[in-house]
Design a protein around this ligand. Sequence first.
Ligand code: MG
Length: 467
Amino acid sequence: MTPKIHRSSRAAGALVGSAVGDALGAPFEFGPPGAFTRRFPQPQRGAQTEMCGGGPLGWEPGEFTDDTQMALMLAESLVDRGGLDEADVFARFRVWAEAGPPDIGNQTRAVLASGRPWDVAAAEHFARSGHAAGNGSLMRTTPAAVRFAKHGTAATMDAARRISALTHGDPSAGEGCAIFHELMRVALDGGDPLAAIPAALDLVVPEHRERWTTVLAPDWTPEQATESNGAVWPTLGQAVWALRTGRDFAEVLRLVIDLGGDTDTVACVAGGLAGAVYGMGGIPSRWASAAHGRVPGHGEKVWRLADLQQLAAALDSGVQQSYDPGVIPRIGPAEVLPGIWAGNLDGARYSETDFAVISLCRLGEPFPHAVHRMAYIADNDYNADLDVMLADVLDDMKALHDQGHRLLVHCHGGASRTGLVLRGYLVREQGMSVEEATAHVAARWPHLGLWNNSFTAALERLADKND
Ligand SMILES: [Mg+2]
């Protein structure tokens, strides 16, 4: 656990992490155990990553599915209405269902197509069908867990139950969402969600407590599941098991997708929790950069990383930010190291599209480049997970460089963050000392900025690993 990560990074990590899990797991939906690792025994950091697309529904690489589509409708409703307006959420879901999304859960479809009002549709369906504890309400609840976390345990668990009940009349699904909300609340506060499980279970409605206690026990393993992971209990059980077992965000997702079955949803749930625990910087940039998708019935907008981050900020802080990068004179691209070019924001934006671009700042509009990694580092000394982000960027650069891509590294001004990465590349790949690397870059890139002392300290830690 990494307690220093900023809350905003955890909130963004939760939302982005769930979309990443959804998109990463989708091609493996209904597949056998172990399929992900058989296909990707090693991290894939080149132009083709583990975001491979395909699967039974033919997803684009990085495209998220109904899990995230529903989460985005819920999120937008929470922001637009300033809180929970169940009728509004239900109406948005219904418009989406009528637009014919490629993927929709059976239970969700039946309830939304019933033509019944929001406050009775799911309950009537449950009364008729009896079994309804699918994972379809758990998979979409991350935005609400972020939105209500600051209101405390009782309020966030109550919101979880009410939102679940819109499509899932079986209260056991609502109890699962309530537990998830409480674990997310603890994680966003910088606590350990695993340690919070016993207290959360105490707040579960008594008749459902035993079953939830079983799947969330510290020694529970996925083989002990008594139903498929399309059901809500094993879905949360597996996500929590992976969070307990994995050492970082990437490993948590690998573990759950390798379980097979309902891989997009289990990875979506696990990705939400893991994203809150490890923060935005813990999510591999090759995955976060690829996540995207539309919400059928709700316009043509393509949601991407920057949109998800902005939405997370609105949910967590209540502030609707919009980002205008401003206009600054274009710098670069210029070749600073063999095969590695540098620039500022517009230097990169208007560069030839065959560059593999590494962006270290916010962008505004997306770039047209086919290979584009976004790893947002702040231009200050308060990056809590700088070492993790730097290593991730340098590993991707090495892989792309080895594949013969021309790399273009840039940030807003092309000075400090760009300089960090150029210097880091020399430290890592050529074994230079920080002093040597700094002099080497300064002689070839006059825009180099050295005002962030924490950047040089991170490079010193990187250099120590060379010894
Ligand atoms: Mg799905």
